[in-house]
Every structure is written in structure tokens, then in C-alpha cells.
Design a protein around this ligand. Structure first.
Ligand SMILES: [Zn+2]
Length: 477
């Protein structure tokens, strides 16, 4: 028999506290949304009219980008919309029968308080990932530095960490060349958060036993931003599991901007985004109108030498090169192809999962994306990875697939960075005279980082030593 020793006064205090006083944090005013009975259908749109109808009915295309050369796309629909598809003659197949059921299973699986879970056994919310960074920093003092790249619309910290080994940079440079891995621009793509933290963890924990991890941490500094869109992530954890965009308020309502259509390179071009705020690919009122994209891009520009980046998304199992906003091949496509194909092969041999490498020719254009900006504005090798799966669970991946997907991503990320052939300045897969001409040009004007291999932001004698070594070996890895 229990009796409160505090009496009714404290109960009142609790009631008051939970009602949210003036000091309560700003929250998105979004109702809880149930997806009961809703389905995900896979369709093959025959033309723009089909796509328009599907966008109208559904408003929620599930693939971040292309799904493959088949030309298929996945849409979340209400059961009462299926006859409309039938009448329009649009062929579809139901790949998820009840979205809410999947979400309920996900929640039930994670709510068991009696199970002592490791970090990668379950998806983790904002607070948990935030404290995980502190855990890493405490476990690897001097190797892990906590960073904040800025704040979201609702003033959440866009946190992350920098990781490198104590081996000093080449040529007395203050900082090693930087590799940038960010995740979760799209809120509901929870697996991307886990992957970002797994790569960080794995590099650190295998440094002493794995020569690849050692070589990477000795050569580069890795920057991880696991939750690029913290407001949206919070919405997806608290009220609307399938929220994608940020928390931009438009006409008094949280409608959101798709931050991965808000970057300046290719912004608004080629119908690869939407100008309507009700769309899930709304590009925002201007390039970099959103604090989240401003923060990430400013951080990337503050780094003396950025050499590579991956923007993690789900789902579809793809490795995508620039450009995402146009079909024209990027400069150095041959090097992208070498690296991208190696990544796909590395995933297959590590976990057996089948990923596809390609550009927008695989299907759709997406304009104003992070990788196009990273490549176009900084020259870094920049890729998008669409993680698991291929549609059975979509965004609501079972926790049993967290670790295998993390292993996919680790194999891909390490293969990408080891495959960088930085002295191959014209990216034709050879370090030859043409590269020497380019290097000499950068060396002559000194204050350019075009030939900067040491990471100090300038092209100088230390870089010449590096270049000469690569030139001797002639061929890229
Ligand atoms: Zn995405």
C-alpha cells in the first residue's frame, strides 16, 4: 500500500510543470499523426502527368532520389486513393501494407526498458546522440573534439565532432585535410544518424588493429555531423515519424523546407525541387535561406582543405555522384566512377548487400543538394549514399538492420577515402604531366589551395614533396 507523503500540493506542482510554462522550449506545433492503414506503393510513372497525379494524391514520395534504372518510385498513399490509381491506369504494387504497423513495431522494439541495449542496437534520439559525442570524447581524449556548427531554426545545437590521430599533419601544417560526413538532412531517415556515429566509432576503436583505420586517421581529420536537421529529427521522434523537412514556419504553420534542396549550386533548376511550401521537396525562398544549410556550408568553408564528403540518406541502396541537378557529367567523372564502383564492390564483399553506383541518369534530378554544393563550391569529392533498404521497410528499418547497414557505410566510406588520388588534379586516374602543369600553376601563385595536400590552405614546398612522391608512382590506387 503506497501513499504519497507529499500530498496534493506536489501533484499540482507536477501538473503545472508538465503544462509547459513560459520557459518551455520552443516546439513545433504539429499534431501527432497516425499512419494507420496507409500503404506504400511502388509505381512506374509513364509520364509527367502520372507523377503529378501521384504527387497530388500522396504528397509523400518515399525515395530520396532515384530507385534504380527501372524507373520505379515509391509513394505513401491512403487506401481510399488506390481506386484513383486504378482509374488512371497507373500500375502499382503494394510494398508496405500498413505503415503505422511498422512504426508500432519499431516503437515497441525500442521501448523495452528491461533490455540493456548497446548504442547501435536501437535508433537514438537527439539527446542520446548528443551525449554519445561526449562519451566518445571522454573515451578518446585528444582524438575527439566536440564541435557545434550552428543552430537550427528552433535553436537546437547542430553538434558533431572532429576526429583524428595524434600523428602530426604533413609539413608542419596546423590541420590535416578534412573529410566531412553529415547525416539526417531528412528527418525520418534515422539510419543515417546511426551510420555517421558508427563510422566515427569504428575508426577510433580499430585504429590500433586495422591498418586502414590507422592510415586514414593519421592522414586526415574526419568531421561528423550526425543530425544536420535537429528540429525535423525531433518532430520525427515526438509527433510525426515520417517528417522529412526542417521546422520552417510558413504562414503561421510549421511546413518546413527540404534542406537538401536549399544549397546554392543548382538551386531551383531543372524541376529538381519544388517552389511550393506544401511539397516535401520545397527548396525554400532562396539558396541558403535556412540556418541549417548556412551552418553546414559555413563550417565546410572554414576548413582549410576539404577533400571529400558524404551526405547520408535512406533508402534505395545507392551511391550517387554529382551532378544531381543536371545530366551533364561532372569534371573528373572518370575518377568518380572508379571510386564509386570500388565503394559498391566493397559493400558487397563486406556485407553482401547490393548497392548501385551512378548519377542522375539513373532516374530523377534533384537540385540544390549538399553534394552538388560540396563538389561545385569546394572541389571536394562529394557523394550521396542512400542506405538500406530497397523498400520492404523504407524509412522504418528494423533495429536488426542497424548494424549491417552501418557496416555497409563503413566499407563504403573507408573505400572512398583510401581511393582518393589527390595528386591526380585533373581526375583522369593518372598522376602525370597534365597534373604537373596544374600543380605548377597553383604553386606559382602560392596562396591557392588547389595543390594543397598538407591541408594548411596553401600550395607550397611541402605540397611539392607530396606531389613528387605521387608523380613517381604515376597511377592512382
Ligand atoms: Zn534523404
Amino acid at each position: 500500500m503506497y501513499r504519497s507523503v507529499f500530498g496534493p500540493a506536489l501533484c499540482f506542482a507536477f501538473a503545472f510543470a508538465t503544462s509547459g510554462g513560459p520557459t518551455a522550449p520552443v516546439q513545433a506545433v504539429l499534431p501527432h499523426e497516425s499512419y494507420e492503414g496507409q500503404k506504400v506503393v511502388r509505381v512506374t510513372p509513364r509520364n509527367a502527368g502520372d507523377l503529378m497525379l501521384l504527387d497530388q494524391i500522396s504528397g509523400d514520395r518515399w525515395n530520396c532520389g532515384p530507385v534504380g534504372k527501372s524507373g520505379e518510385a515509391d509513394f505513401r498513399v491512403r487506401p481510399e486513393d488506390l481506386p484513383t490509381l486504378d482509374r488512371a491506369g497507373i500500375q502499382y504494387r503494394v510494398i508496405i501494407d500498413d505503415v503505422q504497423k511498422l512504426i508500432d513495431q519499431e516503437q515497441a522494439g525500442m521501448a523495452n526498458p528491461f533490455e540493456d541495449r548497446a548504442f547501435f542496437d536501437a535508433f537514438q534520439n537527439y539527446a542520446s546522440v548528443n551525449s554519445y559525442i561526449d562519451t566518445l570524447a571522454a573515451a578518446y581524449p585528444g582524438w575527439v573534439t566536440r564541435i557545434s556548427v550552428g543552430n537550427s531554426i528552433q535553436s537546437r545545437d547542430i553538434f558533431g565532432c572532429r576526429i583524428t590521430s595524434p600523428v602530426p599533419p604533413l609539413g608542419g601544417s596546423p590541420r590535416k585535410p578534412v573529410v566531412f560526413f553529415n547525416s539526417c538532412q531528412h528527418a525520418r531517415e534515422w539510419i543515417s544518424v546511426m551510420v555517421d556515429m558508427y563510422i566515427a566509432t569504428q575508426l577510433l576503436s580499430t585504429y590500433s588493429t586495422d591498418s586502414v583505420a590507422k592510415q586514414l586517421l593519421d592522414t586526415y581529420e574526419f568531421v561528423f555531423v550526425p543530425i544536420s536537421n535537429p528540429d525535423g529529427y525531433n518532430i520525427s521522434w515526438t509527433s510525426q515519424r515520417l517528417w522529412r523537412k526542417n521546422a520552417r514556419v510558413i504562414s503561421g504553420t510549421v511546413r518546413g523546407v527540404d534542406t537538401n534542396r536549399n544549397w546554392s549550386v543548382g538551386w531551383g533548376l531543372n524541376s529538381g525541387s519544388s517552389g511550393s511550401s506544401s511539397s516535401d521537396t520545397y527548396r525554400g525562398s532562396a539558396p541558403f535561406s535556412e540556418p541549417e544549410t548556412q551552418a553546414l556550408s559555413n563550417y565546410a568553408l572554414s576548413v582549410p582543405k576539404l577533400v571529400a564528403s558524404i551526405d547520408f540518406h535512406s533508402y534505395s541502396q545507392l551511391v550517387l555522384r554529382p551532378w544531381t541537378y543536371q545530366y551533364t557529367s561532372p569534371p573528373g567523372k572518370i575518377a568518380f566512377d572508379r571510386i564509386g564502383n570500388a565503394m559498391v564492390n566493397a559493400i558487397a564483399s563486406k556485407t553482401g548487400a547490393s548497392y548501385e553506383y551512378g548519377g542522375p541518369e539513373i532516374l530523377y534530378l534533384a537540385s540544390g543538394t549538399a553534394p552538388d554544393w560540396f563538389f561545385g563550391a569546394t572541389g571536394a569529392v562529394a557523394l550521396t549514399i542512400e542506405l538500406r533498404d530497397t523498400g520492404q521497410y523504407g524509412f522504418v528499418l528494423p533495429t536488426s538492420l542497424i548494424l549491417p547497414t552501418c557496416q555497409d557505410a563503413y566499407a563504403a566510406a573507408t573505400t572512398m577515402v583510401t581511393g582518393l588520388c589527390r595528386a591526380d588534379l585533373n581526375r583522369d586516374n593518372f598522376v602525370d604531366d597534365a597534373d604537373f602543369v596544374q600543380f605548377a600553376g597553383a604553386y606559382d601563385i602560392f596562396l591557392t589551395n588547389a595543390g594543397d595536400f598538407t591541408g594548411d590552405g596553401q600550395t607550397d614546398d611541402n605540397d611539392f614533396v607530396y606531389f613528387a612522391g605521387a608523380y613517381d608512382s604515376f597511377v592512382c590506387p
